[in-house]
Design a protein around this ligand. Structure first.
Ligand code: ADP
Ligand code: MG
Length: 869
């Protein structure tokens, strides 16, 4: 019951709505990662203790799992708290100055971590408002600011207050220094508290949405709303009533060592009243508050010396204990301390179960740093804590790690982690900087694309342009009046398909069949290949009962072709594993017609050959007449648009428009984009079979984005910024990092552990920090791709607007391609950047469905429509 109530209280503390009323306040600490052992350097730590200020210099060696080497000096140990808060911070600053003078510290910058063991509401790692502190003027003020100014007044200009934390967090951090990360800490001393690494998105009081954050539970106040009233004994009620803060810190009063002696005293008093104890002699002393010290309780419960200790303690109080009295007192002490351990275990079990659930794990193994006099003072305490936790949270395995000087070293570690992260962040940003394009960069790309487009269209300049601007002989987009029944072929996509498309008043209906082309056929003779295609068509016509009709046929042929007419396309080269002989240099429509003749099939009327970009534009054009651009962002990337005939130098005629297949994947192959290529792009390019080709596609399309990311990750590993600099042999494998991973990794709100799972599948052991970094890399690469694509499109839409002499152009882009469709951000970034780069164009995006099937039929339909008088 205590565990589930604690869980409930924790949830209340985490939620933004209920946080204000929560007893277990679950304060965000802004500490988002545990040390990885590479932290190094000199750190100054100032710890504000109950009655003194402790100052230490800790030297971290950055040698992994070694303990830090603390050079530890304690200052100001006889300090008594000044009443004015400013005096307090001035005093601390004086301690720091004396300390630094004493150790003749060098004048280089010295980061300082400040341990402030009071409940604070933090807004950043170094921003905090003190609350509940006895110097009331501190409440609501930024403690870090107060300390930093006090330090300035002491002319210690080289000391920077980098981090502030409470003691529980320090314990967790210290334990993390040795081997495995420690993600939970427990303090059972005078008071009790705990902290753990929570999923940041659950910590609603903090703005972080990804990664983890250490939450300081402040669980001492658990039960202040009465949740624990049914387990409180009369002794607990007495202790509470006699305390300085009745009704508050109910959990702490059951667990903290400050109260254990008092609980025991009240039990003894009750037993005396029932005449079960100390039957001889005066017992008045037991009415005095605090006569039994926790230290004594802990001595009494010891196994060997315990009985003797009990006698000594009781006699010192003026009691005359019998042997049995001593024995009973020892039992009582044990019960009280054991209860504290068990309650602590219930709390710990709640934390563990919460972690296990929120990480969506079936089992959780975690290290728990423990500190505090109860834990150290009684060996059974740890045992009870361990076994009860195991019973209450059977799905979790907690390994208890005793913390040695948790606070001091831990503070140094937190400070060092903050410094390391800041330094890493700078280095990562430096490495990624060349991939971040400014607006000016993108405008330059847009202008370059525009220039290449003009070159590609010009009869003389055409040969030297990297963007080939191929005429498609498609002269119009659908206007909705197309009617009829058409056949379509789709060759060169994932499958070979034959379709029948019925275009009617009430829309388009399609039926299709997928046919397998055996590898032997794709790599055999052209004759055999086209024979096979004809057989498939005939089979389809038979099945669809179309043998008697002569239907116009549109052919989506997704291989590079030089088009000489709408129905005349010369194959330039095979790709995608096709190598049928006798086809390159031939008109593929002619090859198909010849096969029809061989098969004595007279009902074949090939009207048009198109590529998939044109098909995409046409199929979207049927739904939206403004669709005059086609865009593909899949394995590769390409675009087409309706250009004025007068601008197309490579085709006779001035009237009307023609769709131009830009073949823009090759943009930059003439070196015009060299300025924008990063080292990573050059590596990706060099490793491909056709280096120097398709440079634009290599910045944008699905086949390459994963590779770019992989090369960046390799560079990060080399710079020791990722995977702790451990070599990752698997990451050396080409194409191991697929572009679809970018989509998964960049999904909003995706818990980082899922990112970690993807990386683990690649045998990459990623910490949460690593996962965050990988996510950042993916975002950078896909953002650049989307923005470049926008710059290219901006050149297209602006040219169309100018062509038509419009102040404002409204146009629709038909889009296809898995990267565009599946990536969570690509389309958004593309559209946003395009609005920015081409403010005079209103561009709508329409995703195409089956562009290559439907599109080919529509090209045929439009051609037939235009052929009619
Ligand atoms: P094609 O361009 O060959 O017609 P697609 O449009 O389906 O084929 O694109 C396939 C490419 O899309 C793959 O090569 C891959 O790089 C990429 N891809 C596949 N799945 C995803 C995804 N979930 N997110 C982003 N890209 C993907
Ligand atoms: Mg495709």
């Amino acid at each position: 019951a205590v565990k589930s109530r604690m869980l409930q209280a924790m949830r209340k503390g985490l939620s933004r709505q209920t946080h204000a009323q929560a007893n277990v306040r679950m304060l965000p600490t802004y500490i988002c990662s545990t040390p990885d052992g590479t932290e190094k350097g000199d750190i100054l730590v100032v710890e504000l203790c109950q009655s003194h200020v402790r100052t230490l210099r800790v030297t971290l060696l950055g040698d992994g799992n070694q303990s830090p080497q603390p050079g530890c000096w304690v200052m100001g140990s006889s300090w008594s708290p000044p009443t004015m808060p400013l005096q307090l911070f001035d005093f601390i600053a004086q301690c720091v100055r004396q300390f630094l003078a004493g150790i003749s510290s060098p004048q280089h910058r010295l980061p300082l971590g400040f341990v402030f063991p009071f409940s604070c509401r933090q807004t950043q790692l170094d921003k905090v408002n003190g609350t509940g502190f006895s110097c009331s003027d501190v409440e609501g003020k930024d403690v870090v600011q107060l300390l930093q100014s006090a330090i300035k007044k002491q002319e210690l200009h080289h000391v920077d207050v980098v981090a502030l934390m409470n003691d529980t967090v320090g314990t967790m951090m210290t334990c993390s220094m040795r081997g495995e990360p420690c993600e939970v800490a427990l303090i059972v001393g005078t008071g009790t508290n705990s902290c753990f690494m929570a999923e940041a998105q659950l910590v609603e009081m903090a703005e972080e949405i990804s990664g983890q954050m250490c939450v300081n539970t402040e669980w001492g106040c658990f039960g202040d709303d009465g949740t624990l009233s049914d387990i409180l004994t009369p002794y607990d009620q007495h202790v509470d009533q006699e305390s300085s803060n009745p009704g508050e810190k109910r959990f702490e009063k059951l667990v903290g060592s400050l109260y254990l002696g008092e609980i025991v005293r009240h039990v003894l008093t009750a037993l005396v009243a029932e005449k079960v104890l100390f039957t001889g002699g005066s017992v008045a002393i037991l009415r005095t508050k605090d006569v039994l010290k926790t230290q004594q309780v802990l001595e009494i419960i010891e196994n060997e010396e315990g009985m003797a200790k009990a006698r000594r303690v009781l006699e010192a109080l003026g009691l005359q204990p019998s042997e049995q009295d001593c024995c009973r007192v020892q039992q009582i002490c044990r019960v009280v301390v054991s209860r504290a351990a068990a309650l602590c275990a219930a709390g710990l079990a709640a934390i563990l179960s919460h972690m296990c659930q929120s990480r969506e794990l079936e089992r959780l193994a975690v290290n728990v740093g423990v500190d505090g006099e109860l834990y150290w003072g009684y060996t059974r305490f740890g045992e009870i804590l361990q076994s009860v936790t195991g019973l209450l949270a059977p799905e979790c395995v907690a390994t208890l790690l005793p913390s040695v000087d948790g606070t001091g070293q831990g503070a140094a570690v937190v400070t060092a982690v903050a410094l390391r992260l800041a330094a890493q962040c700078r280095e990562v940003d430096q490495l990624l900087a060349p991939l971040r394009l400014s607006r000016a960069d993108l405008e330059r790309v847009q202008a370059l694309m525009r220039r290449e487009m003009e070159l590609g269209l010009g009869l003389e300049s055409h040969a030297n342009a990297s963007v080939r601007m191929l005429p498609t002989y498609v002269r119009g987009t659908p206007d909705g009046t197309e009617r009829g029944e058409f056949l379509a072929l789709d060759l060169g996509g994932t499958n070979f398909r034959v379709l029948v498309v019925r275009v009617a008043q009430d829309g388009i209906r399609m039926a299709s069949e997928i046919y397998v082309i055996p590898t032997a056929v794709t790599q055999g003779t052209g004759e055999a290949l086209f024979n096979h295609i004809m057989e498939c068509i005939m089979d389809f016509q038979l099945k669809q009962d179309l043998m008697e009709q002569v239907l116009p046929l549109g052919f989506t042929f997704s291989f590079p072709c030089q088009q000489l007419g709408l129905d005349k396309a010369v194959l330039l080269s095979w790709t995608k594993g096709f190598s049928a002989s006798g086809c390159v240099g031939q008109d593929v429509v002619q090859l198909l017609r010849e096969a029809a003749q061989r098969k004595q099939h007279l009902g074949l009327k090939v009207v048009a050959v198109v590529n998939d970009t044109v098909g995409t534009m046409m199929s979207c054009g049927y739904d939206d007449p403004k669709c005059e651009i086609g865009l593909i962002v899949g394995t590769g990337t390409n675009a087409c648009y309706m250009e004025e005939m007068r601008n197309v130098g490579t085709v006779e005629g001035e009237q009307g428009r023609m769709c131009i297949n830009m073949e823009w994947g090759a943009f930059g192959d003439n070196g015009c984009l060299d300025y924008f290529f990063t080292d990573f792009d050059r590596l990706v390019d060099e490793k491909t079979i056709n280096a120097g080709k398709q440079r634009w596609a290599r910045l944008i399309s699905g086949m390459y984005l994963g590779e770019i990311v992989r090369h960046i990750l390799l560079a990060l590993v080399e710079k020791q910024l990722l995977f702790r600099g451990k070599p990752c042999p698997k990451l050396q494998t080409r194409d191991i990092f697929q572009t679809k991973f970018l989509s998964t990794i960049e999904i909003d709100g995706l818990a980082l552990r899922q990112v970690r799972t993807i990386l683990q599948d690649l045998e990459l052991q990623a910490s949460f920090e690593d996962s965050l970094l990988v996510q950042k890399v993916c975002q950078t690469v896909s953002l650049r791709a989307a923005q470049l694509c926008a710059a290219g499109l901006a050149a297209v839409v602006e040219k169309m607007r100018e062509n038509r002499g419009l102040a404002q152009l409204a146009v629709t882009v038909g889009v296809d391609g898995t990267l565009y469709k599946m990536h969570p951000r690509f389309s958004q970034h593309l559209q946003q950047m395009l609005r920015d780069l081409a403010p005079n164009c209103t561009v709508t995006f329409l995703q195409s469905e089956d562009g290559s099937g439907k599109g080919a039929a529509l090209v045929a339909a439009v051609a037939c429509r235009e052929a009619e008088p």
